[in-house]
Design a protein. Structure first.
Length: 214
């Protein structure tokens, strides 16, 4: 374990990139998810069909294949991306499909009468959505979105195949240097567990805070 302790700073640098990829992908994935959810609920038939097709394709294919297509496949069309931007794009697109279903379900769970009541008080559609519907929908969506967030944290390990030096890739580099497997794999397992536990705690706190909208 001494070799692990000596290389903790290097692993923590990998953990930094894991967190960076997770947060960026969740942010842009959330934006994609909101747009796709609204498109499926409010769009015309063509837009709804496109949104359903996007969700079906992303959810029906492995995340690893999507990462490889973004990084290697786009080269055939003259689009060459660095590993980190490719990771951001692939995981954001992947995340957006799953989040859109959680957001859509949350929005559909709000009784339609609440929107009509908001209109009756003189609110605009945007005001009604922002003040009445979204706070309730966010509270409902927190548990499934939180699960997606934790899953995304662990799925960042997949981008090691395109040489992004996140946590798993950092361990692989150290293993190639020291020819020792167990210390480094156990070490990153503990780091992943700590990060997941911290995020779960924060999400539980957020869910409790949002319960005021019940």
């Amino acid at each position: 374990m001494e070799v692990l302790i000596q290389n903790i700073p290097f692993l923590m640098q990998g953990a930094y990139y894991t967190l960076l990829i997770t947060l960026v992908s969740m942010f842009f994935g959330s934006l994609i998810g909101i747009i796709v959810a609204i498109a499926r609920l409010k769009g015309n038939k063509a837009i709804q069909a496109l949104a359903r097709g996007y969700v079906s394709i992303i959810r029906g294919t492995p995340t690893l294949v999507q990462i490889i297509i973004i990084y290697y496949g786009l080269v055939d069309f003259g689009i060459s991306l660095d590993p980190l931007p490719a990771a951001f794009i692939a995981l954001s697109v992947n995340n957006g499909a799953y989040l859109s279903e959680s957001i859509r379900g949350a929005l559909q769970s709000i009784p339609k009468g609440q929107m009509e009541a908001a209109y009756a008080t003189g609110m605009t559609p945007w005001q009604a959505m922002r003040r009445i519907i979204l706070p309730q929908a966010i509270r409902i969506a927190i548990p499934p979105v939180g699960n997606t967030f934790i899953g995304m944290l662990k799925e960042t390990s997949l981008v090691s195949v395109i040489s992004v030096t996140e946590l798993l890739r950092s361990a692989q580099l150290l293993i190639a240097q020291y020819y020792s497997y167990m210390p480094f794999y156990l070490g990153i397992a503990v780091i992943y567990w700590i990060m997941s536990t911290v995020f779960s705690f924060l999400l539980n706190k957020l869910e409790a805070r949002m319960s005021i909208y019940e």
